[in-house]
Each structure stands twice: as structure tokens, then as C-alpha cells.
Design a protein around this ligand. Structure first.
Ligand SMILES: [Zn+2]
Length: 421
């Protein structure tokens, strides 16, 4: 099994290199947006989307265009091709319903450049060489394992980072434990396990909300784009970065602990993407109770369920375990003792069966039902004998492994006559 792992380091570019990095990122954003605009126009006209290869030919023309000379000067063909690759991935994720439709990138939102070649890494001396940029020092905070495939440089809260992607061959390990666990993700308890354990939410956003709101207000009082405004803006993005760090740390620790302890992990397929999508609804179907929903949305985003699930999935996979997502049907209403299904079985945090008087923490009951559904799904899969358990246990993997899945999903969207969902 090939394992890809990214190693992230803080870069120390000099002034000239920072200017060049901004240029590189700017041209990538330009290519991404121009290609997206072109695809959207084609869609409006009912034409087929250009393939990645065709977009590459367009890029060659753009780079030769005398009216935009800075495109060729400000980056390499390889880095700009990577922007097209990112757009292609965004479309695929959208067609497979894993993400919203691709949006235009604004300056400063996720500025990054990927170098698929023309780089050298001198890890001993903590420096990386990139084409046109030369040698750059980085904070050598960890070792790199495997063959380096690409280097992605990105800007976050005023600092540049290099994410070095390495590939190595690993044996699929045998899981250390043989136990299975079901997980119920919730708002009041972040996660409840079928073993009875619960994990309290971190709510990193809420904790720092006051400080953030204050900084935001200070920023709003300053003259737009003035020196003081920029100072406050840097403070706001620093706070945001700190919140994100605390949250990622929490999610990493929680997911590592679970994936180490259990060989099979089942979670509810909550479609977090749908829940957090616009609470205000679409033009055709305006949302109801917008205020309540958007505050719930913020809690969900704050809790980082999506990230948690993703972390769990790959960590379980790395440990040789099985990850199963089950549809959330009656998981909160079914009695684990007698199987009776009733909405009145659950009241807030308590579960009490009206048939057999079994009672427990409501979220733990949810987790037990998730585990049972996971076992059932696994049994079906083993009987079908179609997929060996280690090759991908999540539905989205199944979708990709089926040739033509993306095309079918895309034509389904095309026939609807609009991209927006
Ligand atoms: Zn019961």
C-alpha cells in the first residue's frame, strides 16, 4: 500500500522571495478563476466541460498572450497547471456531492502554489530550493519519511508554509485491537462512543469569540486599507489561526485515541456538508428559521465534524482497520435492548425505552445503534464479496473506484440545467 503524507514546515523567505511567492500565487489564482469562468460560460451555453488536457492547451495560449505578459513572467507552466488540477478536483468533488460547486478565489483566501517538480530539498540544513525562487530556509521541526513528490507553499495568517508531500510503501498493518466502536456526533456532547465514553466539545471558536469580536470591531473603526487597519487585520487573522490550531490539535488527539483503540470504527453519515450549507436557502427555496439554523451551523463548523471524520477515516485506514459510514436512520430512536423504535424513546439527553424501560445517555444509545448498523453493512459487504475490506471502506472511495462514476454524476448535473444546488 502506498501512503502519502504531508510534512509541514514554516518557511523563512527573504523580502524578494516573498514578492515572488505572491506573484506565483497570484498567477495560479488568475488561471484558476479564468478557467472556472470559461467552464461556467460553456455550461451556460449547454456545452461540454473542457477536459483537463484541453484546459492545459488553453493555458499554453494564455501564457503566450502578449496582453497578459505577467502571466508567463510570474510563474511556471507547471505551477499554473497545478491550479487547473485543483479546479478539476473541485469539480469532481462537487459532482460526487462531497463539496459545494467551485467558487472564484479571492486574493488572500488560501493563497498557495504547488511545485510538482523543479525543487530540491536539503533537509539536513533545513532548506528547500524552488525554481525561480532559489534556496529558502525552513524551521526544521520534524523528519521527512519517503520520496518527496511535491512541495506546496501557502500563506496563512501572514506566514508562509511549505507542505512537503512524500510517498512511501507500507505494509497494511494488522490492527492491534479487534474491537469495534460506534460514534455519535452531537452538539452538546462532541462525540459519544458505544462503549459509554463521551468526549466534551471544545468550542474553540466560542472561547475566543469575544477577543475576535473585539479585534474585528477595532478593525472596522479604522480607515479601510490604512496602516492601522492592516495592523488590526493581521491581529484578526492571527486569532483565527490560533483558534484553528487549537481545534486541529483537539481533533487530532481525539481521532488518534479512537483509531488506536478500535479495529472497526462506525460513524453516522451526517452529510455535514448539507447541514452547514447556506441556512438562508436558495432563491428557489428560501430557508426557514434562518437564525436558529445559522447558529447551529456555526456550532457544527466550530466542532469540525467534517475534519474529525476525515481524520478518523485515514487514521483507521493507516492502522489497518475498517471505517464505515452508516445512514442516520432512527439511530436516536431505536432501543438497543429490545429494538423498539419510537420518537418518544428519546428526550433531550436521556434515552428511556417505552417498551422495556431500558435507559442510558441518549448519545451513547445513538452510538450503539450506529455500531449495529455498521456491523450489518459490513456483513452485506462481506457476503457480496465485492470489495476487500482494506481497499476503501467509505462510500466516496467506492464511487471513485467505479470507472465512469464522475462522468455519470456530471451528466446528471448537466441535465438539470444548473450547477448550483
Ligand atoms: Zn426497549
Amino acid at each position: 500500500m502506498k501512503r502519502h503524507q504531508a510534512f509541514k514546515f514554516e518557511l523563512r523567505p527573504n523580502g524578494a522571495q516573498v514578492r515572488l511567492l505572491r506573484q506565483f500565487a497570484g498567477t495560479c489564482r488568475f488561471v484558476y478563476n479564468k478557467a472556472l469562468a470559461l467552464q461556467n460560460e460553456r455550461f451556460e451555453r449547454g456545452e461540454k466541460r473542457l477536459t483537463f488536457g484541453q484546459m492545459g492547451l488553453m493555458l499554453t495560449q494564455w501564457r503566450a498572450d502578449k496582453t497578459i505578459p505577467w502571466l508567463k513572467a510570474g510563474g511556471t507552466a507547471q505551477t499554473q497547471q497545478q491550479a487547473l488540477k485543483n479546479l478539476e478536483a473541485a469539480f469532481v468533488n462537487f459532482f460526487l456531492k462531497r463539496a459545494d460547486c467551485p467558487r472564484f478565489k479571492k486574493k488572500g483566501d488560501g493563497d498557495s502554489v504547488r511545485f510538482p517538480q523543479h525543487f530540491k530539498i536539503d533537509h539536513q540544513n533545513g532548506r528547500v530550493w524552488l525554481v525561480k525562487l532559489g534556496w529558502m530556509r525552513y524551521r526544521n521541526s520534524q523528519s521527512i519519511v519517503g520520496t518527496v513528490k511535491s512541495v506546496t507553499v501557502s500563506l496563512r495568517a501572514g506566514k508562509w508554509f511549505a507542505s512537503i508531500l512524500a510517498e512511501r510503501e507500507v505494509e497494511i498493518p494488522l490492527p492491534e485491537s479487534r474491537s469495534a466502536v460506534g460514534i455519535d456526533l452531537g452538539v452538546t456532547t462532541f462525540a459519544a462512543l458505544s462503549t459509554g465514553q463521551t468526549i466534551a466539545p471544545l468550542n474553540s471558536y466560542k472561547k475566543h469569540q469575544d477577543a475576535l469580536a473585539k479585534a474585528q470591531r477595532r478593525m472596522d473603526r479604522k480607515v479601510l486599507n490604512s496602516r492601522n487597519w492592516r495592523k488590526e487585520k493581521a491581529r484578526v487573522s492571527k486569532l483565527n489561526a490560533r483558534i484553528a490550531n487549537v481545534r486541529r490539535d483537539f481533533l487530532n488527539k481525539a481521532s488518534t485515541a479512537i483509531s488506536k483503540k478500535h479495529a472497526m470504527v462506525c460513524v453516522e453519515d451526517l452529510k455535514v456538508k448539507n447541514m452547514t450549507r447556506s441556512a438562508s436557502g436558495t432563491v428557489d427555496a428560501p430557508g426557514k428559521s434562518i437564525r436558529q439554523k445559522s447558529s447551529l451551523n456555526r456550532v457544527i463548523l466550530d466542532q469540525g465534524w467534517c475534519t474529525f471524520r476525515r481524520m478518523l477515516e485515514y487514521k483507521v485506514f493507516w492502522n489497518g482497520g475498517i471505517f464505515i459510514a452508516v445512514p442516520p436512520k432512527y439511530t436516536s430512536q431505536t432501543c438497543p435492548a429490545c429494538g423498539h423504535v419510537a420518537a418518544i424513546n428519546r428526550s433531550k439527553q436521556q434515552f428511556a425505552c417505552v417498551e422495556c424501560s431500558y435507559h442510558n445517555h441518549a448519545d451513547v444509545v445513538g452510538a450503539m445503534n450506529v455500531l449495529r448498523a455498521g456491523h450489518a453493512q459490513l456483513a452485506c459487504r462481506v457476503n457480496g464479496a465485492a470489495i476487500p475490506s482494506a481497499t476503501g471502506t467509505h462510500r466516496s472511495d467506492l464511487a471513485i473506484s467505479w470507472p465512469g462514476a464522475v462522468e455519470v454524476a456530471e451528466s446528471r448535473w448537466m441535465s438539470r440545467g444548473r450547477y448550483s444546488s
